[in-house]
Design a protein around this ligand. Structure first.
Ligand code: AHR
Length: 653
């Protein structure tokens, strides 16, 4: 609170005696189209965003392929690890045998991802590949257990499965827990201890996944993504595109086809950040490229895959220790094959696999990014080779290049002209920057070359110095920056906040857009900003000026940032105003170029008295947008905008 008062005093001093805040909105000169891709999402498997997060699987290490094969499992009795299983690329499985005494037990318990979250009376689908060993049939008992329970019987749900014969087969059963608990345990026991069983790919999913897909995604988390109405979905990252080294880079071909046979990969975020070590962080690839394309389609976003540019991660390796150019052919082929997987007809090799997986229609992929955060001259060298082959085979695919890891400086200044020279369609810019930086970026894109590549602001978030947490002030500054995206919609074609998800028990990086635990989700205030922009994107920019200048938080503009768009079909004018000052101030909107008085309007405000306030898992709705009607007098509108707030004024024309 002290901090707030201090900043408030500074803003009073800064803005005392400032000019009237009169915004002129020029409806006679409708500007650039706002691209459908303008406000998008960046998905990366960081902070347990995929396994343990969006991907619905509740069992960790379901195929016993982690380097420590029993990681995540507790062993009871006589359990042996075997390695000649039915899935070539995941060969391990377990043999459950007689424990040596009829009073003992043989079985396994899985801890899930920070526990297994289950809801009372909801259905959970257990599945397993199994066979008998020394008998015609055997039986297993499957339970969900609350180990912390004070009940005499801590079993929340129980069922049994009879396994027939020595051939591997898939068995399923439904569990319906009698309580809601966020950290349950899955238990699988040999019911007839003298009759052994082999078990592989032990899996548990909620039946109620997004759109009911088996091998599906957590419904509540997808609903949050859909609520933003994203125009584009970037995937799979992020640094994960490169991995820690080339063998652990993201290889899309390992993520498609039969789920049971997708090979495990290390997650590069397991050891790499701030002493937050997660040795159990791996990628099962259950949420692979097919599931990604399907998700994008189902939430109405254009897919934007980012592929490895034939380079090692330059943070984790010596930046110049890279493959020679003549060794990157396979990487280029992977890019060509991905386009075929997404768009190729069903007679092509990869198009046929897509059809086999359930989607004969193409996914209509239009964009492809090559390289994440790359620098040095090796990157343009490689990108040129990719562009040549992709353009020759698929001239309509728009190629996204990178401007390196920072929003300015040596690499950025070198790479932008290189991207122009190579004819990249869009250039990816990243900025995780502090408050002061955001306050100065209102006009960032005003002078960009209108004839060069378009901008993809592909990763950004305001990191308040020394306070790398989600907080309201950061969200307000992001909203301010976004007025500049919007006003420059002719050059800024795509944007996405990053990272997207974080598990409260397993994060490596913050701030993040959406937090979750095993049962709940939590929208940050940054989420609300993204949602407001996504839902009120408009169709075209409308010029908005104050004393003849765009409102960019420049000197003399009282900490205000603003932009306007028109929704053509609904004849609605949307004016977005951010007051980064800490005091409320009067603003007037003069709406010029409309024939008749404005019919009605409303304001959607995102405000908080406490700049460092934030929603929490326990109080996810503490700060959220509030809608109120507004009174309009003809074509002018005067109001007080609260300090430290983001307000959208909607006018029905
Ligand atoms: O968003 C987290 C990381 O930030 C991304 O993986 C990387 O591209 C950037 O450095």
């Amino acid at each position: 609170m002290k901090h707030h008062l201090l900043l408030g005093a500074i803003s009073v001093a800064l803005y005392a005696g400032a000019a009237d805040n009169v915004f002129n909105i020029d409806m006679d000169n409708i500007g650039a189209e706002v691209q459908p891709t303008m406000y998008g999402l960046f998905f990366e498997d960081i902070n347990f965003a995929a396994d343990g997060g969006l991907y619905g699987e509740l069992v960790k290490n379901r195929s016993f392929e982690f380097p420590q094969n029993f990681m995540g499992w507790n062993i009871l009795g006589n359990v042996t690890l075997m390695e000649d299983g039915p899935f070539e690329r995941n060969p391990h499985y377990v043999r459950l045998s007689y424990p040596g005494h009829p009073g003992r037990l043989t079985g396994l318990e899985n801890e899930g991802f920070f526990g297994i979250g289950v809801k009372q009376d909801n259905e959970y689908r257990f599945s397993v590949r199994a066979r008998t060993v020394d008998s015609d049939s055997t039986k297993i008992t499957v339970q969900l257990v609350d180990k912390s329970s004070k009940r005499t019987n801590p079993v929340l749900a129980s069922t049994s499965i009879t396994v027939h014969g020595k051939e591997w087969a898939k068995y399923t059963a439904i569990l319906r827990p009698d309580q809601t608990i966020d950290k349950a345990t899955l238990r699988v026991l040999l019911s007839k201890p003298e009759q052994s069983a082999d078990l592989e790919h032990i899996s548990l999913f909620p039946v109620d996944t997004w759109n009911g897909h088996e091998n599906g995604l957590r419904r509540d988390l997808v609903e949050m993504l859909a609520a933003i109405k994203p125009g584009v979905l970037r995937f799979p990252g992020g640094c994960i595109v490169e991995g820690a080294d080339l063998p652990t880079r993201y290889q899309w071909k390992n993520t498609v086809g039969e789920v049971e046979n997708r090979p495990l990969n290390e997650n590069r975020w397991n050891y790499c950040h701030n002493n937050r070590y997660y040795p159990d962080y791996f990628q099962s690839y259950g949420l692979g490229f097919y599931e990604y394309f399907l998700l994008a389609e189902e939430i109405g976003a254009s897919p934007l895959p980012i592929l490895n540019a034939g380079m090692k991660c330059q943070y984790q390796n010596r930046p110049d220790d890279q493959l020679p150019l003549d060794s990157i052919r396979q990487y280029i082929q992977d890019a060509l094959d991905l386009i075929e997987f997404a768009n190729g007809d069903t007679t092509t090799t990869w198009g046929a696999l897509r059809a086999d997986m359930g989607h004969p229609e193409p996914f209509n992929m239009k964009y492809l990014g090559i390289g994440n955060e790359q620098w040095t001259e090796i990157y343009p060298r490689n990108l040129e080779a990719f562009i040549k082959e992709i353009r020759a085979a698929y001239p309509d695919i728009k190629i996204v290049g990178s401007s390196g890891p920072k929003s300015d400086g040596k690499e950025f200044d070198y790479l932008w002209p290189e991207m122009t020279r190579l004819g990249a369609d869009l250039v990816d810019e990243h900025f995780y920057r502090p408050e002061e930086w955001f306050l100065k970026q209102g006009a960032r894109y005003d002078n960009y070359d209108r004839n060069g590549p378009k901008v993809f602001a592909g990763e950004y978030a305001c990191h308040i110095r020394d306070k790398k947490e989600n907080n309201f002030r950061a969200a307000i500054l992001e909203a301010a920056l976004m007025t500049g995206f919007e006003r420059n919609a002719d050059v800024v074609h795509m944007t996405s906040y990053a990272p997207l998800f974080a598990h409260v028990d397993g994060w490596q990086w913050r701030p993040d857009l959406i937090w979750f635990d095993n049962l709940n989700t939590m929208p940050t205030t940054s989420f609300h900003v993204q949602k407001l922009y996504g839902n009120y994107k408009g169709d075209n920019v409308v010029p908005l000026t104050m004393v003849g200048k765009p409102v960019t938080g420049a000197e003399g503009q009282n900490g205000l940032f603003a932009s306007a768009v028109i929704e053509k079909d609904s004849h609605r004018l949307i004016v977005k105003v951010v007051n980064t000052g800490y005091e409320s101030q009067e603003i007037t909107l003069n709406i010029n170029g409309v024939d008749s008085p404005i019919k009605s309007g409303k304001v959607i405000s995102l405000t908080s008295d406490e700049p460092m306030a934030e929603n929490t898992i326990g109080h996810p709705d503490m700060i959220k947008p509030v809608v109120s009607p507004i009174a309009i007098n003809g074509k002018d509108f005067t109001t007080m905008i609260p300090g430290n707030s983001f307000c959208l004024y909607l006018f029905d024309l």
